[in-house]
Design a protein around this ligand. Structure first.
Ligand code: SAH
Length: 249
């Protein structure tokens, strides 16, 4: 099966720990295609495996290449990640924009890859020139370089976000459905009535504003039917209706 998720390519990574942490970040965000170009300490690397915390059970062993050209040969679009400004005419994207661009291309059956440079030197200009675009993660200009694996984490997160269609905000109502406006207004009408009887609206001219404010408080709470029932019960208890019912019963 063709792997349509973008590849993560580490060019000449030095520390096994960073390879392992990058693999972990990839597994966290559902990426599986890890490629290493001439890892300094060879492969396999026990430090990487230790740092990966089991991530290699979720992603295949990395493919190893001698050169970046070989590692990206099958890809159509390749993003070079770099903290430094390069004097090259090449599109420079934010990680979010690049992730969306990659997502769009992957949908069109293209293969995309994100290239990361060595810890000490980053990507060379020649390596960068091989890539179709540059990603610069906006950071503090006075201290702009992220740890290699953390840069992978951040990009992997954006790739995941671009694929993910989870709603940004969901209120879980459990078994009780959200109250309809009518359901809520039934309660609110009763609340208003009881507040009137209880002398809450001392200044009648302020009553409409007060009611609006109170309604806004409740509406903001996005109540479920069960919660409206609870409020109904609270009003009953406060006006002593429950006590009376108990006595009568
Ligand atoms: N000392 C190197 C930085 C190496 S950091 C230099 O000056 O370039 C290791 C890798 O993490 C970089 O090659 C790059 O791939 C990635 N990286 C770190 N910070 C980044 C940033 N702000 N934007 C994009 N990529 C970054």
């Amino acid at each position: 099966m063709q792997n349509t998720k973008p590849a993560i390519i580490l060019s000449r990574p030095q520390m096994g720990e960073n390879i392992g942490a990058a693999a972990r970040a990839m597994a966290n965000f559902g990426l599986t295609d890890l490629r290493l170009v001439a890892p300094r300490d060879g492969w396999p690397n026990q430090r990487a495996v230790d740092m990966a915390s089991g991530a290699f059970d979720h992603i295949p062993a990395p493919q190893i290449f001698n050169t970046l050209e070989d590692a990206i040969a099958d890809l159509q679009c390749v993003y070079a990640t770099t903290a430094r400004h390069r004097d090259m005419i090449k599109p420079v994207l934010t990680p979010a924009a690049a992730a969306q661009d990659a997502q769009r291309r992957v949908k069109d059956d293209e293969k995309a890859g994100f290239v990361f440079g060595a810890e000490r030197t980053g990507l060379t200009n020649d390596e960068t020139a091989l890539c179709t675009a540059i990603i610069q993660i906006p950071t503090n200009p006075a201290f702009s370089s992220l740890n290699l694996a953390q840069a992978v984490l951040l990009v992997a997160h954006h790739i995941h976000e671009a694929q993910d269609n989870t709603a940004e905000y969901v209120l879980q109502h459990g078994d009780s459905p959200p109250a309809s406006r009518e359901y809520f207004e039934n309660f609110f009408g009763r609340l208003e009535e009881e507040l009137e009887i209880g002398g809450f609206f001392s200044a009648q001219d302020l009553k409409p504003t007060m009611l609006r404010n109170i309604r806004n408080m409740f509406v903001r709470a996005d109540l479920s039917e069960q919660e409206v029932n609870t409020l109904q019960g609270m009003v009953s208890a406060l006006i002593g209706k429950k006590k009376r019912e108990k006595k009568a019963g």
